[in-house]
Design a protein around this ligand. Structure first.
Ligand SMILES: Cc1cc2nc3c(=O)[nH]c(=O)nc-3n(C[C@H](O)[C@H](O)[C@H](O)COP(=O)(O)OP(=O)(O)OC[C@H]3O[C@@H](n4cnc5c(N)ncnc54)[C@H](O)[C@@H]3O)c2cc1C
Length: 387
């Protein structure tokens, strides 16, 4: 059976591999002049291909879609991703925050292995510069051509990092057919806020709290506000509650009482600012940002200073522009799909990846999500064609 796939990204690479392995033929169409750009960029500074979080709690990373992903992850879990990497000869390791990396850190080696496998099969064709502009029950329509399909998988991505091709423009194809979509919004993104600095300043070993969620991780103060590993997992909550503040405990390892004792024990020969430097092990740029947030009187009042360190209030203005976000929420709604991810109104068209309305933190949960959805489709197609 020949399967047509549109959108050359992480999901379609996965689908192509397993479809070819099962003996099918694949025609993969991509609108850009090169394929897999987003996947390559994701893997530039260290690809988190999945995460080693416990199997029992993994699905909680998919927020309101956790029940759906619980089922999907049962069928294709982080262990299956690791086993697949082994099968491909890609060594992997578990790094900080349980992120799973290929040993080479980058996506390029993995992509090359899979592409070589696909090309060797002689049942795989890649068509670049093919922008999907419409579909019906028989054909996929590209800007300059159309093709008949039996089964098609659309894997058109989200709407951030447009230079990779993932621009979200395809949503209009669905709205024109009354297929329900939600607008794309930035996810795993930084926020414009009152804490900012011309020089990028890392915040290490702090606890970041937003409403009832707390995360101990690192973040970065930037020229516009705040971003980084601690902020991304909170981004969906922050985005939906912009009237609430984020709080940072810059020194979670010591209690207020212990810090006061240490401060009081210091010699009075030391200046006030030197005492602060002795008590708080911060980088000088961070000291400066904290000082700037206080009036002179507040700075000179140790109790007020300490309260600021233990609960620094970050006023959030808005998320960064969607194009700067690592991923997006929004896309085609799950209500428009059958359990096998085929469209209710177009039963031979399946949808996968970030083009669907779900979100998850970075750290491997996004790509794992793409793989787990894609696996459900592969499984459905295998059942159909084994009869
Ligand atoms: C900087 C960065 C770092 C990241 N790091 C990680 C990470 O470490 N771990 C992780 O899990 N995730 C990471 N991600 C997110 C991850 O890359 C994406 O979630 C994932 O690539 C989504 O895969 P996809 O197959 O859904 O879509 P994509 O990989 O975005 O592919 C979609 C493809 O569809 C094509 N397309 C779109 N519209 C059309 C059309 N009309 N016709 C034809 N083709 C079309 C696009 O050009 C694109 O090539 C990162 C993202 C970024 C930007």
């Amino acid at each position: 059976m020949k399967i047509s796939i549109v959108g050359a990204g992480a999901s379609s690479l996965f689908c192509s591999y397993f479809l070819i392995k099962k003996g099918h033929s694949v025609d993969l169409y991509e609108k850009e002049s090169t394929a897999f750009k987003k996947f390559l960029i994701a893997g530039k500074s260290g690809l988190n291909i999945t995460n080693d979080e416990e199997l029992d709690s993994f699905h909680y990373n998919y927020f309101e879609n956790k029940d759906l992903f619980k089922g999907l992850l049962k069928d294709f879990s982080k262990e299956d991703t690791k086993a697949w990497l082994q099968e491909l000869g890609i060594e992997n390791f578990v790094g900080s925050s349980k992120k799973v990396f290929p040993k080479t850190f980058k996506a390029a080696g993995l992509i090359k292995k899979i592409k070589d496998y696909l090309e060797e099969s002689n049942r795989f064709n890649l068509y670049l510069n093919h922008k999907l502009i419409d579909f019906d029950n028989e054909k996929l329509y590209f800007e300059d051509s159309s093709v008949k399909y039996d089964k098609a998988i659309l894997a058109l991505g989200g709407a951030s990092w447009k230079k990779t091709g993932s621009d979200g423009q395809f949503l209009s194809i669905f709205t024109s057919k009354n297929i329900k979509v939600n607008e794309f919004k930035p996810s795993n993104c930084g926020f414009i806020s009152n804490i900012k600095s011309e020089k990028r300043i890392p915040i290490k070993n702090a606890v970041f709290s937003f409403m009832d969620k707390s995360i101990r991780a690192e973040a970065l103060i930037t020229e516009y506000g705040i971003e980084g590993g601690a902020i991304y997992p909170l981004s969906s909550y922050i985005r939906s509650n912009l009237d609430k503040s984020l709080y940072i405990d810059f020194y979670p390892d010591k209690s207020v009482e212990k810090i006061i004792d240490e401060f009081n024990a210091l010699s009075n020969k030391l200046s006030y600012s030197n005492k602060l430097k002795k008590v708080f092990p911060f980088d000088k740029d961070l000291f400066e940002v904290i000082k700037r947030s206080l009036t002179k009187d507040e700075y000179l009042n140790f109790n007020k200073y300490l309260m600021t360190i233990k609960s620094f209030r970050v006023e959030i203005k808005r998320p960064v522009d969607i194009d700067q976000a690592i991923s997006t929420s929004g896309g085609v709604c799950f209500t428009q799909l059958e359990d096998d991810f085929s469209l209710k109104e177009y039963s031979n068209i399946y949808l996968t990846g970030e083009m669907l309305d779900w979100e998850a933190p970075t750290g491997g949960f996004l790509i794992q999500g793409c793989f787990s959805i894609s696996y459900r489709i592969i499984h459905a197609l295998s059942l159909l064609y084994s009869m």
